[in-house]
Each structure stands twice: as structure tokens, then as C-alpha cells.
Design a protein around this ligand. Sequence first.
Ligand SMILES: Cc1cc2nc3c(=O)[nH]c(=O)nc-3n(C[C@H](O)[C@H](O)[C@H](O)COP(=O)(O)OP(=O)(O)OC[C@H]3O[C@@H](n4cnc5c(N)ncnc54)[C@H](O)[C@@H]3O)c2cc1C
Length: 455
Amino acid sequence: MESPVVVVGSGPIGAVVARRIAEAGRAVTVLESGPAISDPPGSHVRNQARFTREPDSYFAGIASDFRYFDDAAAPPGLPGACVTAAVGGQGVLWTNNCPRPTAPERGGLLSDAEWDRYLDDAECYLGVADDTFAGSVRQQRILDRLGPTLATAGREIRAQPMAGHLVDIPGRSAPARRLVDPATIHYVATSDILAGTGVRIDFGDVQRVIVEQGRVRAVRLAGGTTMETSAVVVAAGAFDTPILLHCSGIRPPALGRYLTYHPVLYSQLVLDPSLCGDPGDLPPRLWIPPAPGAPWNTMVLRDTNPVPPAPPDVDVPAERLVEMQTFCPVDNHPDNTMTITDDGSVRFDVPLREADQARMAAAVADQQELSTALGRFRAGLEPQWMTLGFAHVMGTCRMGSRDDGTCVTDEFGQVWGAENLYLATVGVIPNALAVNPTLTGAALAIRSADRLLAG
Ligand SMILES: Cc1cc2nc3c(=O)[nH]c(=O)nc-3n(C[C@H](O)[C@H](O)[C@H](O)COP(=O)(O)OP(=O)(O)OC[C@H]3O[C@@H](n4cnc5c(N)ncnc54)[C@H](O)[C@@H]3O)c2cc1C
């Protein structure tokens, strides 16, 4: 009998790969080094009632689920860079926003038809919908207020696609349910992606991928046991994937170079009363995609606020509040590095260059302008940059079309020189994407799984 395909890591991207392989009838084992931190294992932590009742307590509630590489580092050392070792990875903590990459962000590795096909598949596996909050009065009024102005600048605003859905509470009609509990959302995570597939997640801390004569033969686990495998997909996140390659003696020149991420500009607004619905209004979730004159990604939503407000704005009615989050991509540069040492420890060097800083300054001005159309900033929550490196690190093991030292895998995620070793992570995204990257990473990962199955 053929050995199973091993998927290393049980985050959302490992889960979509495992599901694709299982759907093709091949045996697949997911190995995960972290414990279950939610019940059922791999479900979203935020589905717990305490976070539904008190959404603003969410970040404090999950603070201990992050392991930082060096939270005392100076900004170029990425003080926010962190991982979550857990069944479901950081996908049990994420905010589930799943925009598609815009046309200029797609790069040339896939045709438009292929992008669309694999993004469709990824949206299906992740349960993405963009009409969940269509009933929100605030959402419609903000669309009406900002849409025409943005259009004159070649920009747009639309509903933010999200991996989740409103929860049905038996016996209550939808309008009544919303009045009682306006924001009861089911957030999708690994347990949803794998439901009904028969895929099991086994505990296993993979220490090394054993490659002999250009093929992976087995993986070695902590404790010294080895597991034979027909192929390996490393889906261990944007940091642990390159670390595992390095520890396996696979060290192509591009490993850990070209790192890009999203400095996140965050603010909260007190909306003009004319934009608000009643206290039972659904929260809005809107998306202003990157555009040529504004190459950052902005969300206008009422989600969760980790920053304490200041007087006189400590108590503001919930239906008057929205947050703005802007992701400002950092240019890919060969010297934006994650250096891995022989013991697996890591040092970052990702200075913000002139073009990055100019883009960040323009994003601040943009948030200020948008806010004047909507209301005013809540005291204490004026635009502020979140700790650099926390969000969306990409490019650490990028894909490319030629083995020329600028990429780690081919365009299908197969590591150069190892024919049955694939990577599935946002770390393979080769360019500086502005949109939240998980959907894009999942689409590329499903395509890699198809290649593995074909080959
Ligand atoms: C608060 C927060 C909000 C976010 N919101 C969004 C959002 O709205 N939209 C978006 O697109 N993205 C968002 N993200 C990012 C998103 O969570 C990640 O892009 C996504 O989880 C990546 O999935 P992954 O499967 O590649 O890796 P991960 O989710 O990081 O999972 C990797 C798994 O691999 C395991 N692993 C690592 N090494 C090994 C090993 N050697 N052996 C076995 N297992 C191993 C880890 O324990 C981990 O469980 C958010 C992240 C956070 C923290």
C-alpha cells in the first residue's frame, strides 16, 4: 500500500490541501505540533459565547496564544512577528476576511482563468461569502456616502468577503435574532474545512524532511521516530515552513529573503448619526481594495477593538462605532531577510525603505480624509501603527518560474530539486500583496495539491 501524503501543519492552508488530497481518494495524514486550544479541536476560538458577548475582549483573551520571536526588537527586527502552535494554527484566531487579490496583485505565474478557478475552490473550502452583512444599515449608508467620492479617484468600496456566516438560532426569525444578538457569527476554521472528509490531525512535531536522491522518503519527528511518506506538503506557516526547510538541510539562496508584510494602520471612528442604524443593526464589513493611486487595502468594519478609548469617548453606543484598518504593503527586497541559524532560531532585518515610508504616510492621510466623510476619530483611537510584523508576513519561501536564486519553489509550490516536496503557505506568495493573504495562499495551495496528485 502506498504511504500517505504528509501535510505538516493544520492551519487553514494545511487543511485545504489535506481536503483536496482526501477528495481525490489519496491517503493523507496531517501532522500538527501544537495542542488543541479550542473545542472541538481546530474550531475558531472566537465562536465561544464570551467573545460573541464581548467582542472587544477578544485580543486580550487570545494574547497568550502567540509566541513572539523577539518582541523587544527594534522595528526592522519585526517585534510583532509571531506564530501560534495549535490545532488549526493561527486560523483558529484569524479575523476571516478573504478578499481576492486584485488584477495587478496576481502576478504572471497563473493565467486569469486559473486564478479564478482556484480562488473559487478556495472560497468554497473556506465558506467565504460577501453578503453576510447585506442587512446592515450602517454598511449601506457608508457605501452610499463613500462610493461616489472614491469612484472619482478610480477606487471603489464594496462588501468584504468573509469566511463565516451568521448563526441560525432555532426558533428565532432572522430579524428577531439580530435584534437580540446582532453579531452572532460563526467563524470558519480548520474543523469546518475538514468536516466530513475523514482527515485526521495527528500530533507530530516534524523536525526534518528526509530527502534522498531528489525525493522525500520520510519525515523525522521529535523523539526520533520516522514516518515513511509518498509526498510531503509543508504547510507550517510563513515562518516555520522556511525554518523546517533550513533544519532539513534544504537551504536555497532565496530562503528567508524578499520578506514582505503589512504594517497595519488602525483607528476607530464615531460615526455621524445620519449613518447609523438602531442598536440591533448588524455590524458593517466593507472593503476598499488597493488601486493604482492608493496601493493599500482598507477595511471599514465593526469587529473587535483592542485599544482602550480615552475620555470623553469612553462610553459611546456600539452602533455609532466602526474601525478602519489599512494594510500597507512593504516592497519585496532581496535584503528584507529572515535569517535562520542552525538551532532554528531567527533574526529579522526588514527596514522600511523610502518608498515604504512614503506609502505609509499617504495611507495615514487617506484614513484621515475618509474619516471626515464618516464622522470623527474616537479619542484614544486616532490612526496608529500596530506593532510591525504582526500581520501577514509573506515571501519567506517564494515561488517563481525559474530556479535563478530568487525563489524557493517552482510555480506549483514544488521545492526546486525535490520532486515530491511542496510548500503551501502565504510564504510562497512572491509579490507584495496588499489584500489579506490567506485566500490567495489557499488558492495557490489547492493548485499545488492538484499538481502533486497529477504527478
Ligand atoms: C489575529 C489575526 C487575524 C487575522 N486575520 C486575517 C484575516 O482577516 N484575513 C487573512 O487573510 N488572514 C488573517 N490572518 C492571518 C491568517 O491567520 C494566516 O494567514 C493563516 O492562519 C495562515 O495559515 P497557514 O495554514 O499557512 O499557517 P498557520 O495558521 O500559521 O498554521 C501553521 C501550523 O503549522 C504548525 N507547525 C509549524 N511547524 C510545524 C512542525 N515542524 N511540525 C508540525 N506542525 C508544525 C503550527 O503549529 C501551526 O498550527 C490573521 C492572523 C491573526 C493572528
